[in-house]
Design a protein around this ligand. Structure first.
Ligand SMILES: Cc1cc2nc3c(=O)[nH]c(=O)nc-3n(C[C@H](O)[C@H](O)[C@H](O)COP(=O)(O)O)c2cc1C
Length: 98
């Protein structure tokens, strides 16, 4: 193990929960990229009530916890928001080049 890599065993429950929750964003990233490749819309979301998702999906019973959610599908033709201009920062503002 390299110096910059913290040992998993030495993390307490809260640190492990924080770490595993962030891990889901790596999977989410792959989902969004795959959807973009296939020209399918994806909408990642936070601000939901994890306890409700855990209960509805039976995640509690599997010792799992919802940390992020994403809807995947084709946009409705009736959805007018699809024609709105995307808000995007210029690349030099978004990334710090070292
Ligand atoms: C219910 C709901 C919750 C969302 N929560 C978040 C959020 O917590 N953070 C965020 O950046 N975007 C959130 N979004 C916005 C979408 O993820 C959005 O697709 C994303 O910000 C990028 O948008 P764009 O690619 O269409 O510009 C939410 C959208 C919905 C409908």
């Amino acid at each position: 193990m390299s110096e910059g890599t913290a040992k998993l065993e030495s993390r307490n429950k809260e640190e492990l929960q924080n770490w595993t929750s962030k891990q889901t964003y790596l999977a989410l990233n792959n989902l969004i990229i795959a959807c973009a490749e296939l020209r399918i819309d994806a909408c990642p979301m936070e601000g939901f009530i994890p306890e409700k998702y855990n209960e509805i999906l039976g995640l509690d019973k599997q010792n799992l916890n919802a940390s992020v959610i994403a809807t995947v599908g084709y946009r409705s033709e009736k959805d007018h928001t699809q024609f709105r201009t995307k808000v995007r920062k210029p690349i030099n503002e978004l990334f710090e080049t070292l």
